[in-house]
Design a protein around this ligand. Structure first.
Ligand SMILES: CC(C)(COP(=O)(O)OP(=O)(O)OC[C@H]1O[C@@H](n2cnc3c(N)ncnc32)[C@H](O)[C@@H]1OP(=O)(O)O)[C@@H](O)C(=O)NCCC(=O)NCCS
Length: 206
């Protein structure tokens, strides 16, 4: 993920994305039934309004916000949390999950889905950001793999994308270790970007 913008208030109704379902009218499986997602060191759960203080502290940290348009004010974080994270989740759409470090019961970042337009195509992107104190321990990879599995097994998406700045070596490694591989070089919001993609290998029965 190259960038996170402050919320624009974009409507979530009418959004359509590529599911493996034969009918686009099929409802999404309820994400909540598969949540929280548990990994050896993390719990991935929906964000709630009470996460604002912890998330605002993270989004005010320039390292947490590397490869984005910059740090967020508390107000920007509040709109991001409410409009871009909580609203889609409550509408049953793919969204970001709060990453809770089990050992400390602490919110240390997010990993999950953003809806992005890449080269004029609506894509579901896997994005992540982690508290710098916890970098280089394999936690982003652990989270991204769980989110990838959720995308294919629960949401039944055909594919997931990520758009990465070429200089973001850590993120490139996370996607590579998650089986998300280079699709093409492109530009995203005016920046050079690598579009990486993972296709679901499971074929739905007719
Ligand atoms: C990208 C990010 C989530 C990675 O989190 P993480 O938990 O440290 O990731 P992991 O430990 O699972 O894997 C990172 C890998 O990159 C490597 N790495 C970290 N920094 C690196 C750097 N500057 N150059 C090269 N490799 C680097 C690590 O050694 C590790 O590789 P390894 O598993 O082979 O040892 C974290 O750095 C972050 O939050 N960055 C700021 C936000 C961001 O860039 N988000 C992604 C936007 S696309």
């Amino acid at each position: 993920m190259v960038d996170v913008k402050p919320a624009t208030g974009e409507p979530v109704a009418g959004f359509r994305f590529a599911k493996r379902s034969p009918s686009e009218k099929d409802p999404l499986p309820m994400q909540s039934t598969a949540l929280p997602i548990e990994t050896p060191r993390l719990i991935l759960r929906h964000f709630v309004e009470a996460d604002l203080d912890a998330l605002a502290a993270l989004m005010a940290n320039p390292d947490f916000m590397r490869f984005s348009s910059g740090v967020f004010t508390r107000e920007q974080t509040a709109s991001f949390l409410l409009d871009r994270v909580i609203a889609p989740a409550r509408a049953g759409l793919p969204s970001q999950f709060a990453l809770i470090l089990r050992a400390e019961n602490r919110l240390i970042g997010y990993c999950g889905f953003f809806r992005q337009i890449v080269d004029e195509v609506q894509e579901i992107e896997i994005g992540y950001r982690l508290h710098p104190e916890y970098w280089n321990c394999g936690l982003a990879t652990e989270a991204a793999r769980a989110v990838r599995d959720h995308a294919f097994e629960v949401l039944q998406l055909e594919r997931v994308f990520s758009v990465i700045h070429p200089d973001n070596h850590a993120s490139r490694l996370v996607t590579a270790k998650t089986g998300i591989t280079l699709a093409k070089e492109t530009t995203f919001r005016g920046f050079p970007a690598l579009a990486v993609v993972a296709q679901c290998r499971v074929r739905r029965r007719a």
